[in-house]
Ligand binder design. Sequence first.
Ligand SMILES: *[C@@H]1O[C@H](CO)[C@@H](O)[C@H](O)[C@H]1NC(C)=O
Ligand SMILES: *[C@@H]1O[C@H](CO)[C@@H](O)[C@H](O)[C@H]1NC(C)=O
Ligand SMILES: *[C@@H]1O[C@H](CO)[C@@H](O)[C@H](O)[C@H]1NC(C)=O
Ligand SMILES: *[C@@H]1O[C@H](CO)[C@@H](O)[C@H](O)[C@H]1NC(C)=O
Ligand SMILES: *[C@@H]1O[C@H](CO)[C@@H](O)[C@H](O)[C@H]1NC(C)=O
Ligand SMILES: *[C@@H]1O[C@H](CO)[C@@H](O)[C@H](O)[C@H]1NC(C)=O
Length: 765
Amino acid sequence: MLLCLCTFILWAGVTTQESPLDSAQTCSTQVSIQGGTMLLSDGYRQGSILTYSCPDGSYPYPARSRMCQADGNWSPMRSPSGRLVTQASCRDMRCPPQQTFENGFYGPRLSAHRVGSVLNFECFDGYQLHGSAQRHCLPNGRWNGTSPVCDDGAGHCRSLPTPPGALSSGGRNRLGDRISFQCMKGLDLVGSSQHVCTPEGEWSGAETSCRAPYSYDRAEDVGAEFGASLTNVLSVVSSGTDHVPAQSLGRRLILSQGSFLHVYLLADASHSVTKENFEIFKNSLEIIIDRIASFEVPVRFAVFSYASQPKKIVDTFDDIAEDPDLVIEKMKDKMKYEDHGNATGTNIQQALMAVYRMMISHRASNDKGWDQTRHAIILLTDGKSNMGGSPRNATLRIEDLLNVAANRKDYLDIYVFGVGNLDVDWDGMNEVASKKAGEKHVFKMKDSMELKKAFEDVLDPRDLKDLCGMANNSASASWDQQQPWHIMLQHTTQGEPSCRGVLISKTWVLTAAHCFSKFNDTLSWRVILADKTAYKTGLPIKRRIDHGLYNVRAKVAQGIEEFYDYDVSLLELDVPMQVAQKLRPICLPCTTGANKALKKPETATCKDHELDLLSFEKVPAQFVSLDNERMNVLIKTKKSRPKCISAAVQHKLYSKVANISEVVTDRFLCSGGDGNGVVEDAVCKGESGGSLFVERRARYFQVGVISWGTFDPCEKKGKSMETGHRIREAPKRGQKPRDFYISLFQVQDWLRHHLAGSLRFIPLQ
Ligand SMILES: *[C@@H]1O[C@H](CO)[C@@H](O)[C@H](O)[C@H]1NC(C)=O
Ligand SMILES: *[C@@H]1O[C@H](CO)[C@@H](O)[C@H](O)[C@H]1NC(C)=O
Ligand SMILES: *[C@@H]1O[C@H](CO)[C@@H](O)[C@H](O)[C@H]1NC(C)=O
Ligand SMILES: *[C@@H]1O[C@H](CO)[C@@H](O)[C@H](O)[C@H]1NC(C)=O
Ligand SMILES: *[C@@H]1O[C@H](CO)[C@@H](O)[C@H](O)[C@H]1NC(C)=O
Ligand SMILES: *[C@@H]1O[C@H](CO)[C@@H](O)[C@H](O)[C@H]1NC(C)=O
């Protein structure tokens, strides 16, 4: 939170005391930056924060932010050598030079490299190159790829690469050899400075890198690296066989029954963070809560905001700590930037001490589970701790309390995210963060929006092989990443798909039986995936099983020409599909997979799932449109159902039906707006067979199969010039669009009978 080393004493003073000066005191307007832009948090008034930004590939020199001080002056800027600088300017980023490279050639050898320059590496004969043979200097001031090394395979460990900007000293790569790194002047060391060749043939410690103060991590790298590490924390080896644990980097967490993961989230609310960024911090933490909660791990959350003092928002002790929705609700309600008043220093030590105290009181009252509880701390800060002393003291206490030294390293992970400020202190962050081989725990982001983006992309569901109902909710995700279970059905004689369906396991697709009324030859149908690269011409179908009680003509004698009760079919694929980011089954209620995803006890029943998923009178649910967008409806249950189904008479086939329950049987779920301002989408023809699904903590559960409706918003077949999407028409006055879906809770016997070999079901009652 401070501007530069030299001013931090001043800062702490200014921000924690009341100013005796006239609050109308203003600072100079002559503070522009050459080549860049600036932003003021509160104009030129005292206390206002000035933030400089520069185009990609450059950075504000010598400081990124300044503050209008109580004395009416902007906080001074100094060069790294301490010289006073009056005019800020944008300077080009540089990547650190490679200092040494053993047993090979490399070049070009320059003292600094511009963005876009390339380094090439080649090994002497007899040595093999590991890592990147070519690296490019990226606009964030870092080389891409991984540090290369030449190795002859003779050592106990593979030779340890020397990162750019570093010099190494010490042994070679025999068992027990020790290698230390030092960074060139002006660069900060991140990761472990020392590595030992262990009996397992691996180097201890987190990878070393030498970072220029202005370099930062890209959201996509952070998403992947933080995600890889966090996945290790979260992956559960289940007793069942229906999913494979994450392939981790040598670390695998086994959470036994009754054990917990405690996640402590700390957001910096110090002055320089600004209210706006604090809100984004909060938002980012909410995203991470959601992500973590989507894993099948019993987790309790604690949340703090901190400035000079920490403020506890949620305690792992609280009843709500287990419920991510309630935790997020409480954050929205109770977590305020203003709560820190004028005490706006950055005291990371106090914040971590608050975590420590929480741990102590939890241990005191929960002896048994305590030893099995894992802890992850996620700390967001915009800069250097400028008061309260070294945060390392607090982490040492926490390590001590958790007995980390006794081979319990896996019980604690501390992640530190430095955000926004150029003067974010690498050393301080590195001191606090965990250091684990093959993992990263320290990150620096350009701004809070980048942090949010990284968190959105974190936790790769690919790592968790067969988990049902996982989706990528990142705003930049493609639609098939967002609903990887959604498929299309196309008859080989037709130009385009005529129905939709849903993957419910690796070999089974669920759809509507009426899809096959025109072309009944199952083998001429194909399951079409969005990801054409995986299965170009679609997946062939081995067999189709219609529900035995489905019969369109069943009520012709009663004057009902078409009757859609039990309108469901199962399609078995010829070859099981490969689960991937864009291809993954949805959760089918009443299966063990759904039970875990809903975090229900093992004794839960199908009835419990129904009560959970269809608990409200108007249940928010979604389906996928012809344009592959998520559409929103409200399933009307309980008292709202009769009114919903009564409008089915608006269908021309049923206008003469006296008793609408003859048509809309108990099998059907009903949705549709009543024109009272609530915007509810209606289903188009062609969307039949697709799934009606409900979200619970970023996991998705199918509750129905789209069957029929009273109104087709796509009837006119028009497309928007702008988006290329179909124009969905609004109903006319007096029209009450209704859509009907076969409830999966009403066809359980049939599902169980046919799917028993592929999915495991829980008892009905
Ligand atoms: C590094 O970046 C360059 C240019 O963007 C790209 O061509 C290259 O494949 C990247 N290398 C690695 C190892 O990611
Ligand atoms: C913060 O400082 C302002 C003026 O500097 C003062 O009016 C206000 O009462 C202070 N607030 C708190 C909570 O101390
Ligand atoms: C940190 O701990 C060391 C050793 O226990 C102690 O000397 C030092 O004063 C502590 N620093 C702070 C700021 O608490
Ligand atoms: C989600 O999609 C985005 C955009 O394609 C991608 O960058 C990110 O890695 C994906 N995240 C996961 C967890 O798969
Ligand atoms: C499809 O054909 C089979 C036999 O040819 C018949 O038993 C079945 O009722 C037909 N299904 C539909 C949906 O028309
Ligand atoms: C309407 O039809 C349903 C289903 O066939 C039946 O159970 C119900 O008794 C009927 N109601 C009336 C008022 O006839």
